[in-house]
Design a protein around this ligand. Structure first.
Ligand SMILES: [Zn+2]
Length: 425
C-alpha cells in the first residue's frame, strides 16, 4: 500500500525523492520580489505540523481498521470526544462518518463533521493493520472528506517526529550517519516548503516518492539520531528557505531546480543551480543503465502525452527509430530530447516530461527521463543515466561522500552551493 511499484523494486534510496510528481504549486512570479533582497520564502521560527496523506478511499463505504487490539483510542471531532478500544473500523457513507468497534458511540456532531481524528495515548504510536502485519505511526490519524469523492486518511504529526520515518524510508541502512544528517536537512527543507505552500489544501506531502517516502514510526537508530542531531535545521539562502530537492542518483550531471521541478523564483535560487564536478555517484548501480522496452507502448504513451499537453508533433509521432539528446544544460545533462520516427517526423520533449509520459508503462517507468534510445525490431533499447530528476542532493553521491568521511554540512555545501544551514526551531 505504501510502496509504489518502483519502491518495491528498489527498496531504499528511492527514486524521485522530493521529485516533482506532481510539481509543487507554482509561486506567482508577478508577486515575487524583483531584484529585491527580501527572502522569497521566509522561514518560520516554530516547529510546524506535517499532514501526510497515507491513503485515499475513493468508494463510499470503504472501511479502514485503525489501532492495535486493545489499544485505547480517543476519537475527536467537532468538539466531541468518544473513547474506544482498538481496532476500530472507520468508514464514510452519505449519512456521514461511522466508527464501529468496542466503545463509543460516535456523537451525532462527529458523524456530521468534515473530519474526525483518532488519537492514541500520548507518546504511543497508532497502529494501522495491513496485509503484512501492522505499521506504526507517531502523532494522530485524521480522516477527512476528499472533495474529489471518498475520504482521505492522513497522519498528522510534528515535523521532528516525521523526519526519522523519511530517513529510514529514503536511505539504505548501511549508509553513514553524515549522509543521514544531510538528507534530514534536505527532507525537512522540502517538507517545510510543502507545509507553507499547501496551507489551503488538506495535506502537505504523500508517503511515497511523489513527494518523499515516509514509513511512519522509525526504528533505525541512525535515522533517529540524524534527525535529532539536525533538529530544526533547514537550508537557507538570502534569509529565505531553499526547498531541499533531492534524488536517488544524478548520473553525474545535475539538473537545476528549474529544470527538475519548474520555473519559479524559489526554484531559481543559486543553491539549486546544480553541484560542481567532480561527481561522487559514479559507483552507484543506477549511475548508468540500459533497458529494453516495447516500442509500441512507448509510442502510444508519447502520443497520449502529446495530445494532453498540446505537443502536436509528439501527438503525431509514428514508429520511433531514435531518441537523442537535443540540448544540454551547463553541467552536460540533457534538457531536451528529440524523438524521430520512421517517416522522419520529429518532436522534442524535456526529460521530466518524458519521465511523466512513461510513468504508466506496463513494465514500469524508466529510472529517469534522461536517456537515449535506438530501435531494435519491435523494441527500443534505452540507455540512461541516474535515477530521479537529478536536482539538489544526490543520495548515492551523499553516501559516497559520507563514506569518505565528509560531515553532513560538507555534503550540504556540495549539493546546495551557497546555501546556509539555519536552525529554525
Ligand atoms: Zn550524483
Amino acid at each position: 500500500m505504501k510502496r509504489t511499484l518502483l519502491t518495491a523494486f528498489v527498496p531504499a534510496a528511492l527514486l524521485l525523492g522530493a521529485c516533482s510528481d506532481p510539481p509543487p504549486e507554482t509561486i506567482d512570479a508577478a508577486k515575487a520580489p524583483a531584484a529585491s533582497t527580501a527572502p522569497i520564502m521566509p522561514i518560520p521560527d516554530s516547529e510546524p505540523t506535517v499532514r501526510v496523506r497515507l491513503e485515499r478511499h475513493t468508494s463510499s463505504g470503504s472501511a479502514r481498521d485503525v489501532g492495535a487490539a486493545g489499544q485505547p483510542l480517543r476519537v475527536t471531532a467537532a468538539g466531541t470526544t468518544s473513547q474506544w478500544d482498538g481496532p476500530i473500523q472507520v468508514s464514510r457513507s452519505g449519512a456521514g462518518w461511522s466508527v464501529s468497534g468496542r466503545g463509543g458511540p460516535l456523537p451525532q456532531a462527529a458523524i456530521a463533521a468534515e473530519a474526525i481524528e483518532i488519537n492514541p495515548e500520548p507518546g504511543v504510536a497508532c497502529a494501522l493493520p495491513g496485509p503484512n502485519g501492522q505499521d506504526l505511526y507517531p502523532g494522530r490519524m485524521r480522516c477527512v472528506i476528499d472533495p474529489d469523492g471518498g475520504w482521505l486518511l492522513l497522519n498528522v504529526l510534528p515535523m521532528e517526529q516525521y523526519i526519522p520515518g523519511v530517513l529510514q524510508a529514503e536511505l539504505y541502512a548501511h549508509w553513514p550517519q553524515s549522509t543521514y544528517e544531510a538528507q534530514a536537512i534536505a527532507a525537512r527543507s522540502y517538507a517545510l516548503m510543502q507545509v507553507i505552500q499547501r496551507k489551503r489544501h488538506l495535506w502537505d506531502v504523500t508517503d511515497s516518492a511523489s513527494t518523499q517516502a515516509y514509513m511512519g514510526d522509525a526504528s533505525d537508530q541512525t535515522a533517529i539520531n540524524a534527525a535529532g542531531a539536525t533538529r530544526g535545521q533547514v537550508l537557507s539562502f538570502n534569509g529565505g528557505l531553499v526547498p531541499g530537492y533531492f534524488c536517488s542518483c544524478c548520473g553525474g550531471f545535475p539538473a537545476t531546480g528549474t529544470e527538475a521541478v519548474g520555473p519559479n523564483p524559489l526554484n531559481a535560487q543559486a543553491p539549486l543551480s546544480g553541484h560542481a564536478q567532480p561527481f561522487k555517484c559514479k559507483d552507484a548501480p543506477v549511475y548508468a543503465w540500459t533497458r529494453t522496452v516495447n516500442a509500441a507502448a512507448v509510442e502510444s504513451a508519447l502520443r497520449d502525452w502529446g495530445r494532453s499537453n498540446k505537443n502536436e508533433a509528439l501527438a503525431k509521432i509514428g514508429e520511433v527509430v531514435s531518441i537523442t539528446s537535443a540540448q544540454t544544460n551547463d553541467h552536460g545533462r540533457a534538457t531536451q530530447l528529440q524523438v524521430v520516427d520512421r517517416s522522419g517526423g520529429r518532436a522534442t520533449i524535456d526529460p521530466v516530461a518524458m519521465s511523466s509520459a512513461l510513468f504508466d508503462l506496463k513494465d514500469g517507468p524508466p529510472m529517469s527521463g534522461w536517456f537515449t534510445a535506438e530501435r531494435d525490431g519491435d523494441s527500443l533499447n534505452l540507455s540512461g543515466r541516474g535515477f530521479g530528476h537529478g536536482a539538489g542532493l544526490c543520495q548515492y553521491g551523499a553516501a559516497a561522500m559520507g563514506e569518505a568521511s565528509a560531515e553532513g554540512p560538507q555534503i550540504i555545501r556540495f549539493y546546495y552551493p551557497g546555501a546556509s544551514i539555519t536552525t529554525a526551531w
